[in-house]
Design a binder for this molecule. Structure first.
Ligand code: AMP
Length: 148
């Protein structure tokens, strides 16, 4: 899988009125490096990682702003993210997993989970890391195998 950023952005614009790019991922219309899934939530590797194992967690129900989620859904969303974080911490050596919600680029609520050894690992301004498709798959599979 080799998806360029411009392709993804074009896809996002083309489908903007119908579904967010993340909904297309959930539907399988766009490939992703899946890490975990249940009936309501989906986790996959960020394609422009700031750290090895950088994972996005999203609700399957499309909602733009995380704090518009009803309390029960937001609670379940965070509990799912915690389970992903525990698996991520086992798969990728780090001090802890950082969590971040920004959500200005894709109008579909998402939590960034980022393995951290120091605070710079959470810096979104630095140059993104590059992994081959094989490496991305290996990272995703390793996290998935630790997901309980
Ligand atoms: P933000 O909305 O600012 O939190 O950023 C959206 C994040 O989604 C960025 O880190 C992108 O790299 C990531 N992203 C966008 N499209 C994809 C995709 N198709 N697969 C994986 N990650 C993506």
């Amino acid at each position: 899988m080799n998806i360029s950023r411009s392709f993804l952005l074009k896809q996002n614009q083309k489908n903007y009125d119908m579904a967010s790019i993340f909904s297309l991922i959930i539907r399988g219309d766009i490939p992703s490096y899946k890490v975990a899934e249940d009936d309501n939530f989906y986790a996959f590797l960020d394609i422009n990682p700031v750290a090895k194992g950088h994972t996005l967690v999203i609700p399957k129900k499309e909602i733009d702003y995380i704090f518009d989620m009803p309390d029960a859904e937001l609670g379940a969303f965070n509990i799912f993210a915690k389970k992903v974080a525990l698996a991520l911490q086992k798969a990728v050596p780090c001090k802890r997993i950082g969590e971040c919600v920004m959500g200005l680029e894709v109008p579909h609520a998402h939590i960034h989970l980022i393995p951290m050894t120091n605070e710079k690992d959470m810096d979104f301004r630095k140059e993104k890391l590059k992994f081959t498709p094989e490496e991305m798959k290996e990272i995703a599979d390793s996290i998935a195998s630790n997901f309980i």
